[in-house]
Design a protein. Structure first.
Lengths: 424, 429
């Protein structure tokens, strides 16, 4: 068990890698009533083609998410029910890159953790129970089809990538999930839910020894094979297509633009790239940026405008968007802003402020145990320590940010997704 | 946690929670105003305009740069609907001094800036800057029109609008498009001065600073506030029964792929002397949790939906159910939801269902003390409707709720209105 104290934020990170390969990260918060645990596998919606024991295997879209729904079934009942009956709030999510199971509770943490580790590592499916879930997931897919944010996001991914399976929605389609059987689920569980491909993150009023002990006791002791995945041929640095538009029942045009980065996949390089990107986006699109304040004042943008740096399933991209009565004008202004930075550089004071502001706003993550746990899990999968960010941020220079923007955010690299109101 | 509630100026109450457990603190200044159609949009617009510029920081760029230099502090305009009270104000969250080696007075700087926004906004010729009023009026209109983008939220809002059409509660917290459209800088300036003079003010702080330090900062920031003797008529009219004998039915059509069903109920008799913990446990048993009747039956047993859940508005005494379903499953879903309420009324609740709900509500109350934002909302609610006890006391109360109490609450519940957002029929071309 390793313990490291981070003086600047007054936090101690406890970490351990078990012989079976499971990485455990714990942050103790003894003044809080609640505790949070997240048990995650490095397996998401984009992991559809993988190599196991030398053989390539293809699976339908939506398996990772379907598994997430069915994992809660246990021979002795439903885990959601067992955890809830103790007052815990359990839930799970699947992204393109990971599937995570988590709960928050204010009592019986050790029992709850044992339940979490138990049900996630023990598949129990029947043909009937798998069949029955199709109705529920079908409605989840329908809900997503009516949600402008999802449609915008996936249309942007379809513009950016030509083959990578991140283009497809995590939940799959009503047709693709019809192909999923209990055998598919057993198989994918066996492949991806082995401790070598998983991580456990815990934040709260907990005893670290007990956490590690429970994982040691309840999970398989042998490491497993971490399967190689195939996300299709390497993509170019440029979008597959420049834009995609669709109509939905929305009040005004919604838009999302983005570009692909060449991701630093692991370690300190990844952390540095993330931090550089965060500062770059803050300078370009943050609430004090010339671009945002100018377009907000002129009425082209409103407070729905947001931006993020997104790493998932071996990809990385910047995305930003919101609502605008005139998306073309927003894009024209954006291109002008990028050109201006390319020639005139960035303002030194704004840069210093952006670093300060990033530091302070990152402190907010300690108020959300779920966000903090997820950050720890992301760090475990990509071999970096998220808490290093608070020190590392001081080593990011203006020149780093400048070259990040020049490399990654140029007009020819950007793609645009728009959802406009239905024309009557 | 060290707490203090004190009237620091006429009709200005400060609540301070001192704790070192968070890395960020929060401070909010809230004006309590009556919710009604005539003033809702104007009220909503006030804080939006106030954060655009002050006497010393005249525009967004200046304010944002100042906030960035205060380590990413945020000050957001806030509008909340608490029953028939519309709460407008400013909410700030900021890094705690302890983690910023070179800055020891973030609290004072933030409080000063909030006071300036509230009392010394950017004006010209005595009027709120026309440019800001018109710009924010457009943003407000975009927000009002944008409610349709979230179909679930929209269906619930439409339900309340139609179900409570004779009550002030039907007014949305942002008001309506028609009322917002006509607001002028002149009119808003007058309304701003009136509202500021008469509205009771609730100030809330949670963070590591001593209450005396917070009090000094807030008093200094609000020193120029003038108060009138008038007081607005604040309160929520609670209707006990459904309007008609049978539930009223309303629907809208949109080009969507999933229908959204929203059902509204009056909580009824239990609102005479509401026991918040018991009402929350009842809601959890019926539809507020994953062990609830609705989740276990409408979703898990019948696979009719991905979500079917209920929530209560304690201010107004309303229970509502929301679910996303196939258009042709309307009858099945509605009858199952209503029959699950009957099973609760009949006391057909297992020991497991009851104890799960009690633990889950107790846990919900306890986690309030783990979040500055949740504490802020909790104490604001408490200032408006009570009860005068801490979240952990309520947690203990929740653990003692009996089956009889839950059944008694359920028996008073009456279905008042049903709303269905359905798909548009294919138009002939």
């Amino acid at each position: 068990m390793q313990k490291e104290y981070f003086k600047n934020i007054d936090e101690t990170l406890i970490s351990e890698t078990l012989p079976n390969g499971l990485k455990i990260n714990i942050i103790q918060k003894s003044q809080f009533s609640k505790s949070f645990a997240m048990f995650a596998t490095n397996y998401g919606g984009a992991d559809r083609r993988f190599k196991l024991a030398g053989k390539w295997i293809d699976t339908p879209a939506g398996v990772a998410h379907y598994l997430e729904h069915k994992m809660f079934d246990m021979p002795e009942g439903n885990a959601l029910n067992v955890l809830s009956s103790r007052g815990a709030s359990p839930n799970a999510f699947t992204s393109s890159g990971i599937t995570a199971y988590h709960f928050e509770s204010t009592s019986m943490f050790d029992e709850n953790l044992r339940t979490l580790l138990g049900f996630v590592s023990t598949p129990y499916f029947t043909a009937e129970s798998v069949q029955k879930e199709q109705g529920i997931i079908g409605q989840e897919i329908r809900m997503v089809e009516d949600t402008p944010g999802y449609v915008l996001y996936y249309n942007l991914l379809k513009c950016l990538y030509s083959l990578n399976p991140v283009r497809d929605t995590v939940a799959g389609t009503v047709e693709s999930i019809a192909e999923i059987t209990h055998e598919t689920l057993y198989h994918c569980h066996k492949v991806f839910y082995n401790p070598s491909n998983m991580t456990l993150a815990v934040v709260g009023n907990v005893d670290p020894d007990k956490v590690i002990e429970a994982a040691r006791e309840l999970l398989p002791s042998e490491p497993g094979e971490v399967p190689e995945r195939d996300y299709g041929e390497k993509e170019t640095a440029f979008p597959h297509q420049n834009s995609l538009s669709t109509q939905m029942e929305v009040s005004a045009p919604q838009f999302l633009f983005g570009s692909k980065l060449i991701p630093e996949s692991k370690g300190e390089a990844r952390l540095r790239q993330m931090l550089t990107g965060e500062i770059a986006l803050r300078l370009l699109f943050g609430s004090s940026s010339p671009f945002y304040t100018r377009l907000y004042s002129s009425g082209l943008l409103n407070s729905s405008f947001e931006y993020e740096l997104d790493y998932t399933a071996g990809t990385a991209m910047i995305v930003a968007g919101g609502e605008s009565r005139n998306v073309d004008d927003v894009m024209t202004e954006l291109n002008a802003e990028i050109a201006k930075i390319a020639t005139g550089g960035l303002d030194k004071t704004l840069f210093e402020n952006a670093r300060k502001s990033y530091f302070g706003s990152q402190l907010r993550i300690f108020g959300s145990f779920s966000a903090l746990s997820q950050t720890l899990a992301d760090g475990a999968f990509a071999d970096y320590r998220p808490l290093d960010a608070f020190e590392e941020i001081n080593r990011i220079g203006l020149a780093d940010v400048q070259s990040f923007i020049a490399q990654n955010i140029s007009p020819e690299k950007l793609a645009l997704s728009v959802v406009s109101p239905v024309e009557r | 946690m060290n707490s203090l509630t004190e009237q620091i100026m006429p009709n200005v109450v400060l609540t301070c929670l001192q704790t070192a457990k968070f890395k960020t603190g929060c401070l909010s200044i809230n004006l309590l105003t009556p919710l009604n159609r005539e003033t809702a949009s104007k009220n909503a617009l006030i804080p939006m305009v106030l954060v655009r510029g002050t006497a010393t920081l005249p525009d967004m760029a200046a304010i944002s740069a100042r906030l960035d230099s205060l380590y990413g502090a945020r000050i957001k305009p806030v509008v909340r609907k608490k029953g028939e009270i519309q709460v407008i104000g400013l909410y700030a969250d900021f890094a705690d001094d302890a983690f910023i080696p070179e800055e020891r007075n973030i609290l004072e700087h933030i409080t000063e800036l909030m006071g300036e926004m509230l009392l010394m906004p950017k004006t010209r010729g005595g009027l709120l800057l026309k440019e800001y009023v018109e710009s924010e009026r457009e943003k407000l209109l975009e927000l009002i029109r944008g409610r349709i983008n979230d179909k679930r939220g929209y269906s619930i809002q439409r339900l309340f609008e139609l179900m409570c059409s004779m009550e002030d509660y039907s007014t949305d917290k942002l008001g309506s498009e028609t009322d917002a459209e006509s607001i002028t800088a002149n009119e808003l300036t007058r309304h701003y001065h009136d509202t500021l003079a008469v509205s009771p003010i609730e100030v809330f702080y949670c963070g590591s600073s001593e209450p005396s330090r917070v009090k000094a900062a807030v008093k200094a920031a609000l020193a120029s506030l003038t108060r009138s003797d008038e007081e607005p008529d604040l309160g929520t009219d609670i209707r006990m029964n459904s309007l008609e004998e049978n539930p009223r039915y309303f629907e809208d059509e949109l080009q969507i792929t999933q229908g959204k069903l929203a059902i509204g109920f009056r909580l009824g008799e239990c609102m005479d002397e509401p026991n918040a913990a018991a009402i929350r446990v009842f809601n959890s048993v019926f539809g507020g949790s994953v062990t609830s009747k609705l989740f276990m039956n409408v979703r898990e047993k019948l696979s009719l939906c991905y979500f079917a859940s209920s929530f209560v508005d304690m201010h107004k005494g309303i229970l509502a159910v929301s679910s996303g379903i196939e258009f042709d499953k309307y009858d099945d879903a509605l009858s199952e939801i209503l029959s699950q309420l009957e099973t609760v009324k009949n006391g057909d609740i297992s020991e497991h269902e009851l104890s799960s709900s009690k633990s889950s509500i107790a846990s919900d109350y306890r986690t309030i003390e783990d979040s500055p934002g949740a504490l802020e909302d909790f104490y604001l609610n408490q200032a408006l409707i009570g009860p005068a006890c801490s979240p952990s006391e309520l947690a203990a109360l929740a653990e003692d709720i009996t089956l009889e109490e839950v059944v008694q609450i359920a028996k008073g519940v009456e279905c008042d209105a049903i709303y269905f957002l359905r798909g548009a029929k294919e138009e002939d071309s």
